[in-house]
Design a protein around this ligand. Structure first.
Ligand code: NAD
Ligand code: DAU
Length: 362
């Protein structure tokens, strides 16, 4: 059996997945089959610009549905799978971990097993050329002290949240399917992404929208936790590099070389919203909306990525600077109020109530 030049993307209606599909169609242009359950985090509207485009097929379905996954593989015979589908929000994994185990662990297993069956039936050339890229996170490595070296591909796994543990489990399954069966797997472990279409439960879009609307800006703990930030388009270009030039069986860390304290990120957002949106009624700076609230349980203090392997082997490095990327992102949220109104439905409001009502201001 021979492959086509189609790729199968899972979770391609979520934040990174939809950015990936849009940039793939623009940069590469070969067909994409997009399997997405359209959970609260998935939104077909992100892909509205592809409506009627024969190169994109959105299939609503679960990666846990072995029959569906198998039939999509047999019907479309993709040359690669890019696996984004996941439950992705750490705070939700603390409140309700079940879905994280189901999708991130069992769903990844189902996908791997169906991929293995499909790949085994390919001819020699097809088996050699097939790729499965598993999109994972730096959170599998745990937390760093202020002077610790950044996470490298050989850092020991030490996941601290149910989300991170579920992603670590999926990474181990991927490793085993390569080692045991020879499935041509590649794993990427990336730091915090930001940019268009990010669901406003995550730090940057939540703070932009709250700042715009004059609502409190809930900073967990002392605001001194550090994250490494990468503009989403740079993550997408890194994944394309790994797909085309990465060595099967390898792991690649991806990062922006851009560590920032949460409080500094929130201050920068306040200043940008002050500059770009109408002033608050009292004309005061939006920084005054910052409210320190009860910390996230088990909150990792610092993430930092050593991305020298992907730079050395694949020639990838990020193109966007944080300051210009954040400005573009604030602009995007200000210009897409219909999108933000749509995604902040009843279910979203229930989550915000649940997560923040009991986090008393400190
Ligand atoms: P997201 O929550 O925005 O999107 C997840 C998508 O997966 C949604 O479209 C959702 O509908 C879909 N999905 C969920 N369960 C599914 C299922 N059972 N079957 C099919 N589809 C399902 O997530 P994101 O932020 O775009 O993250 C995408 C991937 O990248 C995840 O695997 C995440 O772990 C990883 N990652 C994210 C970041 C980040 O900063 N957001 C950083 C590194 C790695
Ligand atoms: O590091 C990669 C990970 O980055 C991805 O694997 C996850 O899918 C993604 O959600 C992200 O995880 P974080 O927990 O780092 O992202 P989040 O936006 O939830 O939080 C970023 C930081 O901001 C974190 O230190 C917690 C803090 N925070 C977050 C929220 C939502 C606040 O202080 N207040 C908030 O209201």
């Amino acid at each position: 059996m021979k492959q086509t030049n189609t790729i199968l993307v899972t979770g391609g209606a979520g934040f990174i997945g939809s950015n990936f599909v849009l940039s793939w169609i623009e940069a590469v242009g070969t067909p994409v089959v997009n399997l997405d359950l359209l959970t609260y985090a998935g939104n077909a509207e992100n892909l509205a610009s592809l409506e009627g485009d024969p190169r994109h097929l959105l299939v609503r379905g679960d990666i846990n549905d072995a029959e569906l996954v198998g039939s999509l593989l047999r019907e479309h015979r993709p040359r690669a799978i890019i696996h984004f589908a996941a439950e992705s929000h750490v705070d939700r994994s603390i409140v309700a971990p079940d879905a994280f185990i189901s999708t991130n662990v069992h769903g990844t297993f189902t996908l791997l097993d169906q991929a293995k069956r499909f790949w085994s039936a390919l001819d020699d050339e097809g088996r050699r050329d097939f790729r499965f890229v598993h999109v994972s996170t730096d959170e599998v490595y745990g937390t760093l002290g202020p002077d610790d070296a950044a996470f490298s591909e050989t850092t020991a796994y030490a996941p601290n949240s149910p989300y991170a543990a579920s992603k670590a489990a999926s990474d181990h399954l991927v490793r085993a399917y390569h080692h045991t069966f020879g499935l041509p797997m590649l794993t990427t472990n990336c730091s915090n992404n930001y940019g268009p279409f990010q669901f406003p439960e995550k730090l940057i879009p939540l703070m932009i929208l709250n700042a715009l609307e004059g609502k409190p800006l809930p900073v967990y703990g002392d605001g001194g936790n550090v994250r490494d930030w990468l503009y989403v388009e740079d993550h997408c270009s890194a994944i394309r590099s790994v797909l085309e030039r990465g060595r099967p069986g390898e792991t690649y860390n991806i990062g922006g070389n851009c560590e920032r304290k949460n409080l500094d990120v929130v201050n920068a957002i306040c200043d940008l919203v002050d500059e770009m949106a109408p002033p608050l009624p009292d004309q005061d700076s939006r920084r005054k909306l910052i409210t320190f609230v009860q910390d996230r349980p088990g909150h990792d203090r610092r993430y930092a990525i050593d991305a020298s392997k992907i730079a050395r082997e694949l020639g990838w490095s990020p193109a966007e600077r944080f300051e210009s990327g954040l400005r573009r992102t604030v602009r995007w949220y200000l210009d897409h109020r219909a999108w933000t109104d749509n995604v902040r439905s009843g279910a979203y409001l229930e989550w915000i109530d649940h997560n923040y009502a009991e986090r008393l201001a400190r």
